[in-house]
Design a protein around this ligand. Structure first.
Ligand code: PTJ
Length: 243
């Protein structure tokens, strides 16, 4: 039982929820370690959306809206933390949702699909094929989903697959609290923000932006600059951490 007045209440509730999802086989034990790394970076960025992250969230909406076949790739952590938020984003962006796992088993795909569907997400189904040039199971995806997507949103991604998707000339939008990760550095656009803050912001911008604004925004952005701002924000906070 976590007391609501605990100063780390939100974080403790998220941990408890992820631990429960791990016991149910939705999240893998490695996913708990990945969450811990995310939490550490979130601490460093002040557990709030920075101006650079907000800009990236607006640009993400601008990339998703005019895309001809946008796909949101969902893993165990993402489904556990944000199933309802994904339903809202799917609604606002028109993107397809595909379950794509690093630690893939048919049982996990089924459980994650069920969780998403229970929250109103329409999940692509079909027989996955090895369409990405990778030796692990993240190569497996659906031809009608990630296989033919022009824009792919990859929350909490692993670096290899991000690079493979970029090499296939897809526009890759990553959500990753670590601005130094391979994923963050190789994606076309990186949102350095916590998943459950980033998704509602992208959804809001999908509802606000018109086509003209979206096209203008998506035509000129500099991911290096956005990452640099994220790192500078961490440095600034560290410099004043003990003031
Ligand atoms: O469910 P599976 O089998 O597909 O496995 C999923 C995990 C997360 C285990 C797998 O994709 C993995 O190992 O990911 P990585 O390589 O550890 O990368 C996860 C990245 O997401 C790290 O850079 C973390 O900092 C970041 N991260 C973790 N939690 C969050 C986050 N970023 C945003 N919001 C979070 N809540």
């Amino acid at each position: 039982m976590i007391p609501e007045d605990h100063p780390r209440y939100r974080s403790l509730v998220a941990r408890e929820h992820l631990a429960r999802c791990a016991r149910e086989g939705i999240v893998v034990p490695e996913g708990l370690a990945a969450h811990g790394r995310g939490e550490a970076f979130d601490y460093l960025i002040g557990e709030k959306t920075s101006p650079a992250a907000l800009s990236a969230e607006r640009i993400a909406a601008a990339l998703l809206l005019p895309a001809s076949h946008p796909v949101i790739s969902v893993n165990g952590n993402t489904a556990a933390l944000a199933a309802g938020l994904l339903a809202d984003l799917q609604d606002a962006s028109g993107a397809a949702v595909e379950v794509n796992l690093f630690h893939r088993t048919a049982g996990r795909v089924e459980k994650i699909t069920r969780l998403l569907e229970d929250h109103g997400v329409r999940v692509l189904s079909g027989v996955p094929e090895r369409l990405l040039p990778l030796s692990h199971d993240r190569a497996l995806c659906l031809k009608d989903g990630i296989g033919t997507a022009d824009v792919v949103l990859v929350p909490l991604e692993d670096g290899d697959r991000c690079q493979a998707l970029c090499a296939m000339k897809k526009t890759v939008i990553a959500i990753d609290l670590n601005p130094l990760s391979r994923t963050a550095r190789s994606a076309d656009l990186t949102i350095v923000d916590e998943l459950t803050r980033a998704l509602p912001a992208i959804t809001r911008f999908c509802r606000e932006l018109d086509r003209e604004e979206a096209l203008a925004l998506s035509a000129r952005f500099d991911n290096r600059e956005l990452l640099r701002e994220a790192v500078c924000e961490i440095i600034r906070r560290l410099e004043h951490a003990l003031d």
